[in-house]
Design a protein around this ligand. Structure first.
Ligand SMILES: *[C@@H]1O[C@H](CO)[C@@H](O)[C@H](O)[C@H]1NC(C)=O
Ligand SMILES: *[C@@H]1O[C@H](CO)[C@@H](O)[C@H](O)[C@H]1NC(C)=O
Ligand SMILES: *[C@@H]1O[C@H](CO)[C@@H](O)[C@H](O)[C@H]1NC(C)=O
Ligand SMILES: *[C@@H]1O[C@H](CO)[C@@H](O)[C@H](O)[C@H]1NC(C)=O
Ligand SMILES: *[C@@H]1O[C@H](CO)[C@@H](O)[C@H](O)[C@H]1NC(C)=O
Ligand SMILES: *[C@@H]1O[C@H](CO)[C@@H](O)[C@H](O)[C@H]1NC(C)=O
Ligand SMILES: *[C@@H]1O[C@H](CO)[C@@H](O)[C@H](O)[C@H]1NC(C)=O
Ligand SMILES: *[C@@H]1O[C@H](CO)[C@@H](O)[C@H](O)[C@H]1NC(C)=O
Ligand SMILES: *[C@@H]1O[C@H](CO)[C@@H](O)[C@H](O)[C@H]1NC(C)=O
Length: 808
């Protein structure tokens, strides 16, 4: 069995005999053995120093009728002990000084000389002479071998250092040497190395020289089996005493035996922290675990734990995966810091999922700066994704493209997009988006530029009003790619077609526009202007055309629509007409029976009218105005919605002011009534005197039936002049045309109704407002939609006329 162990541990033992003492071959007899001494022969007796020795000597009388007389012991013919039977008492024994206390004759039945505390000098051949009374004397020769035990072995390592208990540490696979040294011993001791009961090396008693005996144990290729085993050195030279022994244990550095990455919960996701464990065992002291990724050491974020017996080490790596880690190899390496080539590794191929990374490419043969309308354009979408993308979506300016071969949009399975016969509208930013379980990855946009000739930004013919000797600026705006380089202006008039001097217009190529400053000097300078731009792709095909007209008053707004009508507000928008060729403002006046409610001016025909009051019958007058004057008016009535509760504070405040106004109005009315009563009385007196009648205007009469004014229109009397101190103090006067425009029967109570011609709220109001002023003045039909209206209409505001009539 031990042979097996030795074989397994592959140990090579080498025995070195260094010293020995002169040999002595002895037939050793155990002290105290049976009486075997025979006269004439030498009987050998061995004894250990300090122990007892019995030197046998048969003192039994050979015959019955005989008896012992005297026993004498000689050493080298010198008597050292005697026993005389003839002397009574203790004096029968005598011993030489050196033996005095230690020697004692033991009579029957032992019949031997007992020597206690044997000393080295006791080694000798002793003679025992026995005298009987009758029988002849006998002699025995006994050789006493005194055995000196060797000293306790001492173990040294290869550096000559005495080892007490533990040797090493040594490296696994390395070699070490232990030397056992034994001093003394007579006869020369046998020295042995043992592991357990197995003898590893022996220095025999025969192999001897002078000096201390030492035996060296040399172990090559040390294995972990050596770790637990104790090595013992023994020295012995007699069976009479137990061998001397000394033991050592060997401490070994052990390389790790196994390493394994534990958590393999793949795939991992980019950015989501994953814990990866690694366990190693077998190293002593515990192994050092390091993590590597693609050859790079990951230093941070791992912790090591050792098992209780130090055999096993675990490391947990907190790994935040990056996209780049995909396909790389994560290595867990366990190594022993003190042992060369001790590292062992466990590898894990990383499978990292990530959001697709996409890149858009223009077809290889395409020049991105030279794509014209009608060309075919190809795009590729490069997708880098794990897991592979399950779909790829294309977008043009944020709008998803659908496969539509009839429209020339072709999406192919291998992430390609083809646009057949592109138009300039297909220019813009293209992106592709690939999706997988991790999310959607959108590519940076790729701008597709399509070269096309300039095009007018506004298609319709524009009207430009210009007064004689006044500079008018004409703006020509074109769309083009690339931006136009040059512009060309042409004037077409009765005289023919003339190119305009380039000094008279600007060329702002980047903005795609040119501004011509044009001053008509005579009537012949009116006509049509055309503007053409030229860019890389060529000259504009259809020019932008402007009709140059003499400046005039604007056309009135048409097609007015009221919306968002509430108890207090309304929004109003109208379609604007020709602005007369000049900057134009748009005015909306809101009138109630009491007078002007609000007057709103705007640069566009859009108004937000507020603070109108609930459930009021309002007349709205709309007109345009420019430097040349005002347009005709459009008039219509609107009734605001009834109040809805709860009321807001602002509304209440507004009401209070109206209420106050009402009270004041009432007071004023009373005063006026009194005043009138007085005047009327006088007038009647005078009328009676002078027979004068008060004519009332036709317009005023027409408005009478619809009025709900506190003051009947009849009350307006030229004779009121003394009481009125200005327009403001005139009794509230609704514009006369309002009355005409709003026909009482058709004015519904619907909040949304526009009373004029009983149009529905959204129905445009006809520009043919039949207010008396315009009819009376020109009798013309004003067509609000007619853009080329050139008449200079000098319509007076009927309102003013009303005021003048009433107050002047
Ligand atoms: C023994 O000795 C005694 C006297 O000493 C003698 O009388 C006797 O006869 C002897 N016997 C033998 C058998 O010799
Ligand atoms: C150590 O042992 C191994 C196998 O047990 C063997 O292959 C190797 O040769 C040995 N080395 C030495 C130096 O004996
Ligand atoms: C140490 O680990 C090795 C390998 O796993 C095993 O064979 C051995 O028994 C372990 N020793 C102890 C003391 O646990
Ligand atoms: C380990 O390697 C180092 C350098 O390579 C060397 O100096 C050392 O002696 C080696 N140790 C062992 C035990 O082989
Ligand atoms: C290209 O498109 C234009 C309109 O965008 C069309 O008029 C023309 O016929 C198309 N050409 C071809 C070859 O389909
Ligand atoms: C300018 O006049 C010419 C003839 O004089 C005519 O052929 C051309 O169409 C006119 N252009 C414009 C824009 O009116
Ligand atoms: C008036 O507006 C309506 C709707 O907004 C539109 O359909 C109609 O053509 C417009 N009429 C004119 C003369 O602009
Ligand atoms: C007026 O109506 C328009 C839609 O017609 C709406 O967008 C707007 O918010 C409204 N304004 C108010 C103040 O209600
Ligand atoms: C309304 O405002 C316009 C422009 O501000 C002004 O011309 C007009 O006279 C005002 N109307 C009234 C009735 O005050």
């Amino acid at each position: 069995m031990y042979a097996e162990i030795i074989q397994r541990i592959s140990m090579t033992l080498l025995l070195l005999v260094v010293t020995s003492s002169p040999s002595a071959t002895l037939n050793t007899i155990m002290a105290g053995s049976s009486l075997s001494s025979v006269p004439g022969t030498v009987t050998r007796v061995a004894a250990v120093v300090g122990g007892d020795a019995q030197l046998p000597c048969d003192a039994r009388p050979p015959q019955r009728n005989d008896s012992l007389l005297l026993v004498v012991w000689y050493r080298d013919d010198n008597p050292v002990y005697s026993y005389d039977t003839r002397v009574p008492g203790p004096t029968a024994h005598w011993s030489e000084e050196a033996m005095s206390e230690r020697a004692r004759w033991l009579g029957s039945p032992t019949s031997a000389l007992l020597v206690r505390s044997v000393e080295a000098r006791d080694r000798a051949i002793y003679r025992c002479r026995v005298d009987f009374q009758v029988s002849p004397t006998r002699n025995y020769r006994i050789a006493l071998d005194v055995i000196e035990l060797p000293s306790k072995p001492v173990i040294f390592d290869e550096f000559g250092k005495e080892i007490d208990g533990v040797a090493g540490p040594y490296s696994e696979g390395g070699s070490f040497r232990l030397t056992c040294s034994v001093n003394g011993g007579n006869p020369t001791p046998r020295v042995q190395w043992l592991q357990g009961d197995a003898v590893l090396a022996t220095l025999g008693a025969g192999e001897a020289r002078d000096g201390p005996r030492s035996l060296t144990l040399e172990v090559h290729n040390a294995t972990r089996a050596q770790l637990s085993a104790a090595y013992t050195c023994t020295a012995d030279n007699t069976l009479l005493a137990a061998p001397q022994r000394a033991s050592v244990r060997v401490e070994l550095y052990l390389r790790p035996l196994s390493v394994e990455i534990l958590s393999r919960e793949q795939p991992l996701s980019v950015g989501r922290v994953a814990e990866v464990g690694c366990v190693t065992s077998g190293a002593r002291p515990p192994a050092l675990i390091t993590w590597r990724l693609g050859g790079r050491v990951l230093s941070s974020d791992s912790e090591q734990r050792h098992s209780e017996n130090g055999n096993e080490t675990q490391s947990v790596l907190r790994l935040t995966p990056l996209k780049e880690y995909n396909g790389q190899i994560l290595t867990c390496r366990a190594e022993h810091p003190k042992l060369n080539h001790s590292a062992i590794e466990s590898k894990l191929l990383l499978n990292i999922y990530y959001v697709p990374v996409t890149t858009m490419l223009l077809g290889a043969k395409m020049n991105p700066n030279d794509i014209e309308e009608g060309d075919d354009v190809y795009f590729g979408c490069e997708v880098d994704a794990n897991p592979p993308a399950y779909k790829v979506v294309w977008e043009h300016n944020g709008i998803q493209l659908q496969h539509n071969p009839s429209n020339g949009v072709i999406l192919t399975g291998n992430n390609n997009l083809a646009l057949r016969n592109v138009s300039r509208l297909q220019a813009g930013k293209y992106t592709c988006t690939a999706s997988n379980v991790e999310g959607d990855g959108k590519s940076p946009p790729l701008s597709l530029q399509i070269v096309y000739r300039p095009l007018c930004r506004k298609r319709e013919v524009r009207l430009i009003g210009a007064a004689l000797q006044e500079a008018a600026s004409v703006l020509c705006e074109v769309d083009a790619f690339p931006a136009p380089d040059t512009f060309e202006w042409t004037l077409n008039n009765s005289a023919g077609s003339i190119k305009v001097d380039p000094e008279r217009f600007t060329t702002e190529g980047k903005e795609g526009r040119s501004v011509l400053s044009y001053t008509p000097v005579s009537d012949a300078d009116y006509g049509s202007l055309s503007c053409r731009a030229t860019n890389l792709a060529g000259q504009q095909v259809a020019p932008c055309i402007y009709t140059l007209l003499p400046a005039t008053t604007p056309d009135p707004p048409t097609n007015c629509t009221v919306y968002n009508l509430t108890h207090d507000s309304l929004d109003l928008t109208c379609v604007t007409g020709y602005d007369g060729g000049l900057h134009c403002i748009y005015v909306a006046e809101v009138w109630a029976n009491e007078g002007l409610v609000t007057n709103s001016t705007n640069s566009a025909a859009v108004w937000s009218l507020r603070r109108l009051g609930a459930k009021r019958q309002l007349t709205i007058v709309v007109y345009a105005s420019n430097a040349r004057g005002r347009s005709e008016h459009i008039t219509f009535t609107v009734e605001t919605a009834p109040r809805l509760s709860p009321r807001t504070e602002a509304q209440e405040a507004w009401e209070v002011s109206w209420a106050l106004g009402g009270v004041l109005g009432a007071a004023l009315t009373v005063a006026v009534v009194l005043c009138l009563a007085l005047i009327t009385t006088r007038l009647r007196q005078r009328a009676r005197d002078y027979e004068v009648t008060v004519p009332s205007s036709k317009i005023q009469k027409a408005s009478l039936p619809k009025r709900n004014s506190p003051h009947p229109p009849d009350d307006r009397n030229p004779d009121l002049i003394p009481l009125s101190k200005g327009v403001a103090e005139c009794p509230p006067e609704p514009p006369p045309y309002a009355a005409v425009a709003a026909s009482p029967e058709k004015s519904s109570s619907s909040a949304h109704s526009l009373a004029h011609h009983s149009h529905s709220p959204s129905t445009p109001l006809s520009p043919h407002s039949q207010y008396p002023d315009s009819q009376s003045e020109s009798g013309k039909t004003h067509n609000g939609t007619l853009r080329s209206h050139r008449e200079v209409v000098t319509t007076r505001t009927p309102l003013l006329a009303g005021h003048q009539e009433s107050c002047v």
